[in-house]
Design a protein around this ligand. Structure first.
Ligand code: NAD
Length: 732
């Protein structure tokens, strides 16, 4: 394996080029680090070499660290994973510190070799931490490139010196959006923010010139120079004090204390600011170790990085030939159809967007035009690109225009007979190979497939709203759906760069099946006299992005009523949610339909800004004098979702818990800190979950009864990931 190569030019500049051959973007592996370290030694020891340029052989610099490396560091530690992780991190620090010191005398700070870093494009995570250790960072003027430290988004923080260096370079306040929010910037903006030093059309030439002219003083980092003061002030400086007090409050406000990485990051920054640089690196390494050992971080890495990527790469794709989509027909140019047309055109796929008449189809196409216009205003796209995007979408009401489509995505009204009618009309014009997908949210795929002459080519592709923002797509197999249809759906989802899960056909599939009980539990508690403020805060304090009442306001009360009525009709006497409907239907009777009517469980001002909980609610559903514990409310809200996920697995709707976890976070925002419902169960342990749910079933009803599978796991002492996890046999 050679990820790094060294070549010395006639001017005495050694160029170290990073180029991981098997990957489209560089990612750092354990071996990669060893190679880089060796080449730095070689270049520093060779008297013929005057300076070093570190760059990449690709059009980007690096996508980051292979997070499997971190998982391995932990595994390698056996009984003492902390020691192994800490040692591994300190080794990385040593390499980067060697680059930073570049052979200079630590006392006189003289005699080092200039080391410049050249970023041809995107530089993320360790791909920015390495440059931050170099003496000067040059980037190509590539507006598409992203420069940043996104670690926090997968539950860790920059632990290879990025935290300590960025804070010392920019100050705690200015560094916080990059560290705490994982914000990334295009090169010009990264330069303006002070993260990188130069942006130019020919960064190699600029770096070369800089290396040849660099003086001893140019190589000394501010924090290694005498009299260094942290920009904005260290914690005991009056200005710094305010920053740290504010940051601490902000982090707790945003994370509600459930994300260990954010807190650990802040501690590393605060404590690191009080000590010399090398000690600060050690502190950073200790906090980083503690984060890696926290089950929340390992679960987040597993779900949001390792398994998400595995699913995107087709972990559950049947082995049939490439099914890439060339031309997609989208039926129904309403809210969903318009969004599906947009994301397909963005992926370079030709789209035929069909509605009942040409005007309706054109309205759907205008959604893409509006989207592009907003992008032009924000400098994210150009009028030329907008035209190219629109030229891919043909708006029509003529079925003959669908003839060449190899995939159809149907998003017409949620009505069996309307859907049957369009299915027949499509099949009369398309080729025998065409796959037909429906975007239904509530109708069984197997029932809709009855309208098709090719049920093995009939499948569900369920998008979430708004299509262009939501990352998850649920693929639903009907009873007769064949492998080619599954592969086609997966290849399509890959083309439009979303994350797929593949589930079997059952009421509400997977995501809606779990989120509806969450909303219902919140509404039910209102009916019981639990304070709505307690309900909403309990949800947020357990890491749900929206409380159940806010969520139903967003998705609309009338949609809730519609779903409740349809479910009641389908379930008859088994329907369990009468108490929920009392509240929900009453809200609808008051005309409070949620955000869209500017009135729901919450009040809204004239501009649509959400205010407090609607005061009129208490007149109908008075808040009881005695309120449940916070923990009890949280358990009700969490188990409402988690037990449904377990039942979906038990019933074979889910066949892979990785999909259950990834789908929960991306589909409905299930407490991301937990890594998903199955990871959460593994964290708290099946025995505890079984015990708590048994009590809850007695107090609150049969919906909390311990599913047989969970009871079994509690008895056997196995965890879900031990039994069903990555690389193991599928659940069903
Ligand atoms: P919508 O009412 O906004 O759009 C439906 C469109 O279909 C309309 O433009 C209508 O003119 C068109 N249409 C109706 N009958 C037609 C026919 N016979 N031929 C051609 N076009 C026809 O609805 P929507 O919210 O976009 O939902 C569409 C589908 O997507 C439904 O099945 C719905 O359950 C599903 N879905 C909706 C959401 C959501 O959040 N709205 C999420 C996932 C799935």
């Amino acid at each position: 394996m050679t990820d790094f190569t060294l070549e010395t030019g006639p001017d005495g500049i050694a160029t170290i080029t990073w180029d991981v051959k098997a990957k489209s973007m560089n990612v750092m592996s354990e071996e990669g680090f060893i190679e880089l370290d060796g080449l730095i030694d070689t270049a520093l020891a060779d008297d013929a070499i005057k300076g070093i340029i570190l760059t990449s052989g690709k059009d980007s610099f690096a996508a980051g660290m292979d997070l499997n490396v971190l998982a391995k560091m932990k595994e390698d530690g056996g009984d003492d994973p902390a020691a192994s992780i800490f040692a591994g991190i300190m080794k990385i620090h040593a390499t980067l510190r060697k680059i930073e010191r570049a052979g200079m005398d630590p006392k006189t700070l003289k005699g080092g070799k200039p080391i410049a870093c050249v970023l041809p494009g995107t530089a993320l995570g360790i791909g920015l931490e390495i440059p931050l250790s170099c003496h000067r960072i040059f980037a190509a003027d590539n507006p598409k490139a992203k420069i940043g430290l996104p670690e926090i988004m997968v539950g860790i923080f920059p632990g290879a010196g990025g935290t300590t260096r960025l804070v010392r370079k920019l100050g705690a306040m200015s560094a916080s959006p990059f560290l705490l929010e994982g914000k990334s910037l295009a090169p010009a903006k990264a330069k303006a923010a002070g993260i990188i030093d130069e942006v130019s059309a020919d960064p190699m030439a600029a770096a070369r010139e800089w290396v040849l002219n660099a003086t001893d003083a140019d190589l000394v980092k501010p924090w290694d120079a005498k009299g260094y003061k942290m920009p904005g002030g260290a914690p005991y400086h009056p200005a710094g004090f305010m920053t740290f007090v504010g940051a601490s409050a902000m982090v707790n406000g945003k994370t509600k204390g459930v994300y260990p990485a954010a807190k650990a990051l802040l501690s590393a920054v605060y404590e690191g600011a009080l000590v010399p640089f090398d000690t600060a690196l050690k502190i950073e390494a200790r906090w980083f170790t503690s984060v890696l050992l926290n089950p929340s971080s390992s679960s987040m890495i597993r779900s949001l990085f390792i398994n998400k990527e595995a699913l995107e790469k087709g972990a559950n794709r049947p082995a049939v030939e490439d099914q890439k989509v060339a031309k997609v027909g989208v039926l129904g140019a309403g809210m969903m159809g318009a969004g599906i047309a947009l994301v397909s055109a963005q992926a370079g796929i030709d789209v035929v967007l069909l509605d009942q008449n040409k005007e309706a189809a054109e309205r759907g196409k205008a959604y893409t035009a509006n989207f592009a216009d907003k992008g032009i205003k924000r400098g994210k796209t150009t009028p030329e690109k907008k035209e190219a995007l629109l030229s891919r979408i043909t708006a029509t009401s003529d079925y003959a225009d669908l003839a060449e489509c190899d995939l159809i995505v149907e998003a017409v009204f949620e009505d069996v007979s309307v859907k049957a009618e369009v299915t027949k009309a499509v099949e009369a014009v398309v080729s025998d190979n065409c796959i037909f997908a429906t975007n239904t949210s509530t109708l069984p795929i197997s029932q809709l497939a009855k309208a098709s002459v090719r049920p093995e080519q009939f499948i569900g592709i369920h998008f979430f709203s708004p299509v262009e923002k939501m990352l998850l797509v649920e693929i639903i197999k009907g009873k007769e759906t064949g492998n080619r249809a599954v592969a086609k759906a997966l290849d399509f989802v890959r083309q439009i760069r979303k994350t797929p899960i593949v589930v079997n056909d059952a009421r509400f599939f997977y995501a809606n099946r779990c989120i509806i009980p969450y909303i219902n539990e919140g509404i039910r508690m209102v009916g019981e006299g639990v304070s709505p403020v307690l309900i909403e805060n309990a949800a947020k304090l357990v890491g749900m992005p929206l409380g159940p009442l806010q969520l139903v306001d967003e998705t609309s009360i009338d949609l809730g009523v519609k779903i409740a009525k349809a479910t009641r009709a389908a379930m008859g006497d088994d329907y369990p949610d009468g108490a929920v409907d009392d509240v929900l239907f009453w809200m609808a009777d008051q005309g409070r339909m949620g955000r869209k009517s500017n009135s729901g469980f919450y009040s809204y001002d004239d501009k649509g800004k959400r205010q407090g909980v609607w005061e009129g609610l208490a007149a109908q559903y008075p808040v009881s004098d005695t309120q449940p514990d916070l923990a009890e409310v949280q358990h009700r809200l969490l188990f409402a979702q988690v037990l449904e996920a377990v039942r979906a697995l038990e019933e074979g709707v889910l066949t892979d818990i990785r999909e259950g976890d990834v789908g929960a976070i991306l589909g409905w925002g299930f407490a991301p800190w937990s890594g998903g419902p199955f990871s959460w169960l593994d964290m708290v342990g099946a025995p505890w979950a079984a015990e708590v749910t048994a009590t809850m079933a007695e107090t609150h009803g049969a919906r909390f009864e311990t599913p047989a599978l969970l009871a079994q796991m509690a008895d056997s002492g196995e965890s879900f990931y031990e039994r069903f996890g990555t690389g193991k046999d599928k659940a069903a």
